[in-house]
Design a protein around this ligand. Sequence first.
Ligand SMILES: [Zn+2]
Length: 81
Amino acid sequence: MAKKICTKCAKVKDLEEFGPDTRYTYKRKSWCNQCVSEYQREYTSSEKGKAARARAQRAYMQRLRDGEFVKKDSSRGNESE
Ligand SMILES: [Zn+2]
């Protein structure tokens, strides 16, 4: 079994301990799953993390709304009758 050293806790762990998950924008693979989840928990409970999450949610909702407007606008310009 291949081993890898975690750059956060500096422990040698099995490769299985390093998630291949690409959904995380921060450190992945170089940090073990335990460090990633600890960081995630710390970040999401911090004021900075809460603000970032609220901002991301607002941006997502805005994108949904914009997407609908774009769709309506383009269908109006394409007259087939
Ligand atoms: Zn670690």
